[in-house]
Design a protein around this ligand. Structure first.
Ligand code: URA
Length: 247
């Protein structure tokens, strides 16, 4: 797609068109792999594979943003958090301001509790978010659970067989469940009810002490992404998560 440099910056979340024009005219923007200074906001560019820098930071042009964050404990998945800072403060400002979507900026794909760590996906593609959070699609989510008491076979069987939670008479069951230590479980869920892991584990007479999400569908949290760190999803990851359909 052909776009003026000013519109490129605007679409990628660098502020109003006026702010973007100012950044360009003041010499804060370079274009291309060889970082050519460009001071004309009207310069027309092909956005496919476009890379640019703004005040020294390098950005790839992304029509839609798809990323993963290693959520640390102590952050809320809300734009207006209560007692803890928001996960969105862990992202650079342009990702929170991206234009052109109903709700500006990237949004979390479902929520993790404040004290839960691990894989959180974010995007500004509403269809993608809907697909991954819709109960119809049964996207498997894997949780590493630390429990207060040793996990016994009866608890494992009940988690797999189905437990009734207080808000729904239909039992919810783990798609997979294995003991990974005395007080450690690996639990796979295909739904995303409120506090589901904690409530399921409580329903079988144990208690969640630590909770970490290690994967969502085909995407795993990489070992080299530290807590608080984020990276773009690769094209293959996006396509695999979207079931082959990306807008
Ligand atoms: N289940 C929970 O109880 N908490 C989470 O954060 C995710 C799943």
């Amino acid at each position: 797609m052909m776009m003026s440099l000013q519109d490129v910056l605007f679409s990628q979340g660098f502020g109003t068109r006026r702010i973007c024009s100012g950044l360009i005219q003041q010499g804060h923007v370079t274009v291309g792999p060889d970082q050519q200074l460009c001071t004309d906001p009207g310069t027309v560019l092909e956005t496919e594979d476009l890379v640019f820098t703004v005040q020294g930071s390098r950005w790839p042009f992304q029509r839609r943003a798809y990323l993963m964050l290693h959520k640390p404990a102590g952050f809320e998945c809300s734009h207006k958090p209560g007692a803890h800072p928001s996960v969105y403060t862990l992202l650079p400002a342009p990702l929170r301001q991206r234009a052109g979507t109903a709700a500006a900026g990237v949004q979390a794909v479902g929520r993790l509790d404040q004290d839960t760590t691990g894989l959180l996906l974010l995007s500004d593609d509403g269809k993608f978010i809907h697909r991954l959070t819709s109960p119809r699609h049964h996207v498997p989510k894997v949780y590493e659970v630390g429990t207060k008491h040793p996990v016994d076979d009866r608890q494992l069987q009940r988690l797999l067989g189905g437990v009734v939670l207080d808000d729904d008479p239909r039992p919810v069951r783990a798609a997979a469940c294995e003991r990974t230590g005395d007080c450690q479980l690996r639990l796979t869920l295909t739904e995303g009810k409120y506090h589901q892991v904690k409530r399921m584990v409580a329903a079988v007479g144990n208690r969640v002490e630590t909770l970490h999400r290690s994967s969502m569908g085909p995407v795993h949290l990489p070992a080299d992404l530290p807590p608080g760190g984020w990276r773009w999803l690769t094209q293959d990851e996006v396509v695999a998560l979207a079931g082959g359909a990306v807008s």
